[in-house]
Structure formats: C-alpha cells, structure tokens
Design a protein around this ligand. Structure first.
Ligand SMILES: [Zn+2]
Length: 286
C-alpha cells in the first residue's frame, strides 16, 4: 500500500508534470471507484490543474478554483503517468485495471489503476477535501508534529504500538510497511503498550519516525512513478524481508501474520531475542 512517502512522491511528480495543464477529458471506467456524484465527472473537463498535494495517504489534485480530486489508492492502487495515450477512444466501462483516466491538453495524463479483484481504490470529486470522511478523521501529519505533540498523541491512544502508529486518526500517513521500519529503528516490540512508554522511549520513537519517513520521502521524490515501488522495497530493513538477515545485527527477520496482513521484526533488535507468538496479533485488529 502506498504510504506517506510514495503519495508525497506522486504529488511531487504531478506538481512538476501536470500542474498548469488543462483537463481535456475525465473518464471513469470503474463507477464503484468514484464515490461522489456532485460535482459530476463531466464538470472537470476544461479545468486547469492548480495544485497537487496529500493528506496523510490521500492524494489531492486541485482542479480549477474549487474542485478537488481526492484519491485513496488502498492496497493495490497506483497512479500511472502517461506521456501519451495509445488511443483517443474513451475507456470502456469496467474494463481492466484502469479505474479513472485523466487526459490533459498536451496529450499526456494519468491513469488511476487497481490490480487484483479486491477493488478498494476510492476517488472523490469534492469542493473541500474535508468532505471526504477519511480525510476529515485524519490526525495531524506524521511529519508535521513536534516531539511533544507526537508523544501526546501516541500516549493518548492506549494500545499496542504497531496499531497506534498506523491509526490514521492518531497520526496521518504511517502504514504497515514504514511502521515496521520505524519500530526496528527505535528497537521496540510491535506489541509494546503505548501507555507504558517512558518519555525517553517516546523521544526515540519520534526520532525514528522522522528519520524513516523523511529518508523514504527523499528516496522517493524525483523517482518516476513506475520505479517507486521498487525503490520502496529496496530501502527496507525488516519489512517484507522475512527469513533474511537483519542489516543491523544479522539475526533472522521474523514475521507475525494475521488475516490479510503481516508484520516483520528482528527479535534481537526489538524483542530481547524472543520470537513473538502469532496469536497476539489478533489484538491489533480493531
Ligand atoms: Zn537486528
């Protein structure tokens, strides 16, 4: 799933490539992906792209004076920028992985795509991004808080640190992958309880969060969208590296899996050498 760094990189790419261009056509192929009906998709044609940014993991493309295309890419969604489109023909509804196509006045544009059968990409055309329920509920951005606000928000939500760190209402932008990385850098168990963290541990966690997220933003911004996913994987220390050696201590990276996701950690660095039991993961499901 694209997280803060990848969405930031997509926004940066759009700022460079698409801002200033006018939308020639806004085509919706997957009507389940577009969650709003007013303003209508037809109202977007002729509007100029004015801004590109993000709210947590939501991408926000400003259109004309007062319309926003807000997108949550979910687990398997992505934005593919095209320098040109092979065919001028409109998209056929419900065909293939393309949910929405935005054609611009210079012949370029972008597709919002979603792989797989579980369709959860969500796009919204709104006049104010706060009209999107997921955006309205977001806590402050993970990179916008100082140490004290970070500590207050983490402590304010009692639970296992892995779950609290990825709760978008606590802090916006951190997902499953980078939370594994943050906890590895901070040398903390994913199951540590937030209520029991000392001031010093909260400072360590804050610094690890800033380090992991800003490093990932630096690596990602400037990459072509197509290369971003590979870049994300290459920069990981424990996430998605089950069975491989920890780059810090050489111990084997282990995994705890549940339902449809998993977390990775290093026992030596994070849990006093003790492997975690899988069943405890069920407590993370809210
Ligand atoms: Zn280690």
């Amino acid at each position: 799933m694209p997280e803060l760094p990848e969405v930031e990189a997509l926004a940066a790419y759009l700022r460079e490539r698409a801002v200033g261009h006018t939308v020639e056509r806004f085509e919706v192929s997957s009507f389940s992906a577009l969650k709003t009906y007013d303003p209508a998709p037809s109202a977007v044609a002729g509007l100029t792209i004015t801004t590109a940014g993000r709210h947590g993991k939501f991408l926000d493309v400003g259109l004309g004076p007062d319309i926003h295309l807000v997108v949550h890419l979910a687990r398997a969604g992505w934005l593919h920028y095209r320098d040109s489109f092979k065919s001028p023909a409109p998209l056929k509804p419900g065909s293939g992985p393309i949910a929405i196509r935005v054609r611009l006045d210079d012949g370029s544009g972008f597709d919002l795509t979603e792989a797989g059968t579980q369709k959860s990409l969500a796009a919204y055309l709104v006049r104010d991004p706060a009209e999107v329920p997921g955006v309205a509920r977001l806590g402050p951005d993970a990179l916008a808080v100082d140490r004290d606000e970070f500590a207050e928000r983490i402590r304010g939500r009692n639970g296992q640190i892995k779950g609290v760190l990825t709760d978008q209402e606590v802090l916006a932008g951190i997902g499953n992958a980078y939370s594994d990385e943050i906890l590895h850098v901070a040398k903390m168990s994913p199951f540590a309880l937030t209520g029991k963290l000392t001031d010093e541990q909260l400072t360590t966690l804050f610094e690890a969060t800033r380090q992991v997220e800003t490093d990932a933003v630096t690596r990602s911004v400037g990459q072509k969208a197509a290369e971003l996913k590979g870049e994300k994987r290459a920069g990981m220390r424990v996430h998605a590296r089950t069975g491989l050696p920890c780059p810090v201590c050489g111990d084997t990276v282990r995994e705890v899996s549940f339902a449809d996701k998993s977390l990775q950690y290093c026992p030596t660095c994070q849990t006093g050498g003790k492997p975690l039991a899988d069943r405890r993961m069920s407590k993370l499901i809210r």
